[in-house]
Design a protein around this ligand. Structure first.
Ligand code: ATP
Ligand code: MG
Length: 438
């Protein structure tokens, strides 16, 4: 295989290149300050909640062998058929930027034998995912997920615990109006029968289906049930319902979960069309939908996948997991998260000597918390005060030649404009107290 390295990658090319502004790849979502601070606050709440429930963090590779996704998510799914960033590397291996987290967590669970050390394993991850989709509101090509997986527990109590925990996450973030939609996709015993019934139905309604659903009909008929195409929606309106096809065990599992959720006061709707776009689900599948998000209204989704660990080469291990779309979650959070903390004071040196004297104080004070700003440029008092005002600090500590000689600063209350003298030795304590007033 030949790879052409364009000239711009060499030093010669770079030096001779015209001045151009390089931008991100289309649809790759980046998070800038102050939004990144809000993300961190939400991320911390997610971590605290999950760690409270005994989850531990996994930090996983972003790039995986393509086969991992083809085998887990399924060949006839939107993700694998048309959304993956796949390329051949220099050793001619096919690699893919991860489009989701579950496959990688299961790969890691098997690769590091995580199930051996603990009977029940609870793992979470936070990070970017990549899908080649049409960028629009709430849909990006690089987006971020907060996700978690539980291995080793088949009881519906596990499904309920995880769903209650997710509902608590929304509650903690003061997000209202999120609806839980729930379904069961059955197991190896009952799903094949349902698939055959559905296949039969679809073959009789071919004319009404979109090209994708018609083509996938034989291999992956369940996909037609959640195809977004209005034409397909109409065509499957009368299709058989999975709820009627569940075996006794699956029926009990689902009923058990529904009863626990009702007891916990969590409202939900059973949606027999909710099959999810990935092949690995068994039994419970769910989505949390938020009306406020518009067309891309799923803020979190997941379910049970009791066969996947084994299908990817591990021991038979039941599992349950979910992923929250971080961008969509942030759209719902609004301004509810705590406001950013501001520095307490601006240190305003009026000479090089004063700057020299204030610098050690500045670095010492900021070791504990963001306490001070310090201008490294010689600017007039007027412009430094203007900047301090803009930065929203509560005090300005002005140090000119007179103050230097007296080992003190002129402390100006930015709100009342009142000015008092403050010895250098007392600055630390003075600011530390003011810092805690907020
Ligand atoms: P959708 O129906 O919105 O396409 P999906 O079924 O493809 O979602 P999952 O693979 O289950 O989504 O991913 C879980 C969550 O990640 C979704 O509920 C959504 O909040 C978020 N998500 C998925 N794809 C994107 C994307 N391209 N951009 C932003 N967020 C996304
Ligand atoms: Mg999708």
């Amino acid at each position: 295989m030949e790879i052409d390295y364009p000239l711009v990658l060499t030093g010669f090319g770079l030096r001779n290149m015209k001045k151009v502004q390089i931008k991100t790849v289309k649809g790759f979502n980046e998070v800038l300050p102050p939004e990144s601070f809000r993300w961190r606050q939400v991320e911390d709440k997610f971590r605290n909640l999950l760690e409270g429930y005994g989850f531990a963090e996994l930090r996983l590779a972003l790039l995986e062998p393509t086969e991992l996704f083809a085998r887990s998510i399924g060949g006839e799914t939107d993700i694998v058929e048309k959304e993956m960033y796949t390329f051949i590397d220099r050793s001619e291996r096919s690699l893919t930027l991860r489009p989701e987290g579950t496959a990688s967590v299961v790969r890691a669970y098997n690769q590091y034998s995580l199930g051996k050390s603990n009977e029940i394993n609870k793992l979470y991850y936070i990070g970017p995912m990549f899908r080649y989709e049409r960028p629009q509101k709430g849909r990006y090509r690089q987006f971020h997920q907060l996700g978690a997986e539980v291995f080793g527990e088949e009881s519906f109590y596990q499904d309920a615990e995880t769903l209650v925990m997710l509902a608590q996450l929304f509650h903690t973030l003061s997000i209202k109006g999120v609806e839980l939609h729930l379904n069961s996709l059955g197991c190896e015993a009952c799903r094949p029968l349902f698939r055959d019934q559905l296949k039969d139905y679809l073959s009789r309604h071919q004319a009404g289906l979109c090209d994708d659903c018609r083509r996938r009909g034989a291999e992956n008929p369940l996909r037609a049930l959640d195809c977004k195409n209005p034409q397909c929606r109409e065509a499957v309106a009368e299709a058989p319902s999975i709820g009627d096809a569940l075996c006794c065990d699956c029926r009990q599992h689902f009923a058990g979960l529904c009863a626990l959720l009702a007891d916990a006061g969590i409202a939900f709707q059973i949606n027999p069309r909710l099959v999810r776009g990935l092949d690995y689900y068994t039994r419970t599948t769910f989505e949390f939908l938020a009306g406020d998000l518009g067309a891309q209204n799923a803020v979190a989704a997941g379910g049970r996948y009791d066969r996947l660990v084994e299908e990817l080469g591990g021991q038979p291990t039941p599992a349950f997991g979910f992923a929250v779309g971080f961008e969509r979650l942030m759209m719902l959070v609004g301004s509810e998260v705590a406001p950013l903390t501001l520095p307490v004071a601006a240190l305003l040196p009026l000479s090089e000597e004063a700057l020299r004297r204030l610098f050690p104080l500045h670095v010492e004070l900021n070791r504990r918390a963001q306490m001070t700003t310090l201008s490294f440029q010689h600017k007039s008092l007027k412009s430094q005060l203007k900047k301090a005002d803009k930065d929203g600090v509560r005090y300005a500590l002005i140090v000119g030649p007179d103050e230097l000689a007296q080992d003190e600063a002129l402390c100006r209350n930015m709100r009342t404009k009142e000015q008092t003298k403050l010895p250098f030795a007392e600055i630390g304590e003075f600011l530390w107290e003011r810092y805690h007033e907020h």
